[in-house]
Design a protein around this ligand. Structure first.
Ligand code: ADP
Ligand code: MG
Length: 616
């Protein structure tokens, strides 16, 4: 027997009126003063305590928005001056209780109100779109009634509704209504992805006072109504539909957006680790444990993951805290592997190849293509998408020329300026760069100074805090160790698989632990991620006097040594690099001061790095 449905006839408009009068007095008064310059009422979803109204908004947003407008207009909650048109009022909602993952959007959500979070990949120019059209008949000369226009399709009557003849109809521009429109593409945030997944995207239709608010690379929460449009293939209507989000509001997330959450229990573990005298080794050993050796590189990457501290100068300029690292090495020496591992470890890591020909490249591009329906579109590249994280750029020596020049600004100012056609924008790229490159001739030549074999201009090289040269010279002892390590990794890989499905006979956990030991990180990757996030959030060490002296003394020595024509000039940049690296070192043990133990440690690494490229 079907359940009986009770139809509640309540005065919804009345309820909304009560709600608005109680909760939004101030906002309504402000709109009355500033209308139509200000014309959007923002309602905080958390304030809608009436469950029924809240639920109805999610299920039937169009109706609810209509009800609220009725409440406002009928009861004159916003006082309009004579002749003002209440149609411009927008009702917008923020702080939705639940977010939908882009990849989980399904048909049943069409026409419901949803909230999406992610990072903006593309934004178009803002251009007017017609929402209501009035036509004039060429035969009888009369105007039609306004014809409402929907997203993506222009509706034109086939014959004149007055004289009923099939003639040409002209648009009467001054009777038509337009709205500012912009199209965005949002992409899942990298930190929400399980390692290696390709991010999915959703297109967003933004109108009126929401246009021009955001830029590619911004991390946002977009609330709106999920809409569908029928696909058309070669003029044939398809049974498939495309979806887009009709934007109702945009919340721009600053920093720390949806970052790793740390429980009290995690915090205790982190504090205990920080007190461990072996913490540096442990962290370095937890980076790419399946890769044998390359300890100096792993230490450098550990420093990079923690990062130095960005500083705002009194004159408004900004000094970056992010540490850039470059690995130049023979092929097959595990550079790519290391990069991929780091991306998984970093809360906001993006892997890309300098060679890959994505339209946006490394930095950003402006293009005019079908995405924008003839409008210019600005698209964020890897360094913008990795804002506040790490961008791992493989095959850097093969990157495009335009990227190379934009990289200078991206690495130092940590922003990317685009000025093309109607688009001028400055996008943020506050990320650490981990680059990998092959030597000029594919392999290092033993008889040519290494510095000369790096295929990058000095201006670019000098922006890296650390450069590592990785050569693949046969060395019996080391080769055997690597070989054993690789074989072990493979064997263990098998072991894990079997162990997951059925317990191995005659093998106990202790045995597996022993077998895994050389390739198991000391610190579990998820804990290390939390450790890094915790350090970056809470620890801002300052230089002790001893540390200052040590850094200045080392820098002076460097300037003396590095005379002559070296690929990496020693400039004040290196001194800044020294400061950043020692701050990162202090952060790794959650210390509030940078001490000489930090400067000692990093000077060893810097020295090893510079010896190869800046002096001999
Ligand atoms: P590159 O990017 O430097 O050309 P890759 O990262 O593609 O090299 O590495 C090639 C392969 O060799 C990878 O499967 C990697 O795991 C293996 N390999 C190279 N060096 C080591 C090492 N030191 N320890 C473990 N595996 C290694
Ligand atoms: Mg490679």
């Amino acid at each position: 027997m079907p359940k009986e449905i009770t139809v509640e006839v309540t005065d919804v408009v009345g309820e909304w009126t009560k709600f608005l009068k109680k909760q939004y007095k101030r906002e309504l008064a402000e709109l009355s003063r500033e209308y139509p310059h200000k014309r959007s009422l923002y309602i905080d979803f958390r304030k809608i305590l009436n469950n029924k109204l809240a639920f109805e908004l999610l299920r039937s947003p169009g109706k609810v928005i209509g009800d609220i407008r009725d409440a406002i207009i009928q009861n004159k909650l916003i006082k309009l001056k004579d002749g003002q048109d209440p149609d411009l009022i927008n009702i917008r909602f923020t702080n939705l209780p639940q977010r939908t993952n882009i990849r989980d959007i399904r048909a049943e959500q069409i026409n419901t109100f949803i909230s999406i979070e992610g990072i903006l990949r593309k934004t178009t120019e803002v251009r007017p779109r017609i929402v209501s059209a009035v036509f004039r008949c060429r035969t009888c000369g009369k105007n039609t009634d306004p014809v409402p226009q929907s997203y993506g399709r222009f509706d034109e009557p086939e014959f004149c509704p007055n004289c009923e003849r099939k003639t040409r109809l002209d648009l009467v521009m001054n009777r038509c209504q337009f709205v500012d429109a912009q199209k965005l593409r949002i992409q899942e945030s990298p930190e929400g992805l399980r390692g290696g997944e390709q991010p999915q995207t959703l297109d967003i239709d933004v109108t009126d006072d929401l246009t021009g608010m955001v830029a590619p690379g911004d991390r946002v929460v977009v609330n709106g109504i999920l809409r569908s449009v029928q696909r058309v293939n070669y003029g044939q209507k398809s049974t498939l539909f495309d979806i887009y989000l009709e934007c109702n509001s945009i919340e721009v997330a600053e920093k720390e957006f949806e970052e790793v959450s740390i429980t009290e229990e995690d915090e205790a573990k982190i504090q205990a680790l920080a007190r461990d005298p072996q913490i540096y080794k442990k962290i370095a050993r937890s980076i790419a444990p399946t890769i044998y050796g390359t300890d100096d590189v792993k230490e450098a990457i550990a420093l990079q993951l923690f990062g130095g501290i960005a500083k705002e100068m009194p004159d408004g300029s900004r000094l970056r805290g992010d540490i850039h690292v470059l690995l130049v090495g023979d092929p097959g020496i595990a550079k790519s592997q290391i990069l991929r591992y780091v991306v998984k470890l970093s809360p906001r890591g993006i892997y890309t190849s300098g060679k890959s020909s994505t339209s946006a490249g490394l930095t950003a591009t402006a293009v005019k293509d079908e995405f924008g329906d003839g409008r210019w579109t600005l698209e964020a590249g890897a360094l913008v998408l990795a804002d506040m994280g790490i961008a791992a750029v493989d095959e850097m020596d093969k990157m495009q020329k335009e990227d190379r020049s934009a990289l200078h600004e991206a690495m130092e100012q940590q922003s990317i300026s685009v000025a093309k056609a109607g688009i001028t924008a400055t996008l943020k790229s506050r990320c650490a760069l981990l680059g990998a490159a092959n030597p000029k001739l594919g392999r290092f030549d033993q008889f040519v100074p290494i510095g000369e074999q790096i295929n990058m201009p000095p201006s670019l090289l000098s922006r890296f805090d650390l450069i590592f040269v990785m050569t693949d010279q046969p060395q019996a002892e080391r080769d055997e160790a690597i070989a054993n390590h690789i074989i072990k990794t493979h064997a263990v890989g098998e072991l894990i698989k079997q162990h997951e499905y059925k317990p191995l006979p005659n093998v106990d956990d202790a045995y597996i632990q022993r077998a895994l030991a050389p390739v198991t990180p000391d610190i579990d990757p998820s804990l290390l991620r939390k450790y890094i996030a915790y350090a970056k959030r809470t620890c801002f060490p300052i230089l002790s006097d001893g540390a200052k002296e040590a850094l200045v003394a080392y820098y002076m020595r460097l300037r003396n040594l590095a005379s002559g024509n070296k690929p990496v000039p020693v400039t004040a940049r290196q001194l800044e690099a020294l400061v950043r690296l020692s701050e990162a070192s202090a952060r790794m043990r959650l210390s509030n001061t940078v001490d000489t133990e930090d400067t000692d440690r990093i000077l060893k690494i810097v020295d090893a790095s510079l010896r190869q490229v800046a002096y001999d």
